[in-house]
Design a protein around this ligand. Structure first.
Ligand code: FE2
Length: 136
């Protein structure tokens, strides 16, 4: 099962390409969890790849919002900041006695659930604003 890309599409090509790339990375985590016997190092690397990409994407989106003088910028950014704060809590949670299979499973679920809901609320709203402006 792959993540349903339709849930991540906004109609803004730059954003959609990045959302797709994010979903590809989370799919890899899902695959890892599905195969089981998850290795710590592999999980760490795949998780880092998702997070690093997500950070770049959130920055890019914020840059776009600022350059387009998007009125709901602060509210949207606060959602991104929630994600950034979450990543700050991750430093050592893969060490020690952790069920890595379970961790990989719930992590991938969380990463896609958070992302989808953020897209469906804030990114869709941003996309509407941009489309309206372009037609303007
Ligand atoms: Fe966003």
């Amino acid at each position: 099962m792959k993540i349903d890309r339709r849930l991540l599409m906004t109609g803004i090509p730059l954003i959609d390409r990045q959302h797709e790339a994010y979903a590809d990375l989370v799919d890899r985590l899902f695959d890892l969890a599905r195969r089981g016997n998850v290795e710590r190092q592999m999980l760490f690397l795949e998780r880092s790849a998702v997070i690093q990409y997500a950070m770049e994407h959130l920055d890019a989106e914020e840059q776009l919002m600022r350059s387009e003088k998007y009125p709901a910028y602060e509210e949207h950014r606060a959602k991104h900041d929630f994600f950034r704060d979450w990543t700050d809590t991750l430093s050592s949670d893969l060490e020690g006695d952790v069920d890595l299979d379970e961790y990989a499973k719930s992590l991938s679920k969380w990463l896609i659930a958070w992302f989808c809901s953020q897209v469906q609320t804030d990114d869709i709203k941003l996309a509407l604003f941009l489309k309206h402006k372009m037609r303007g």
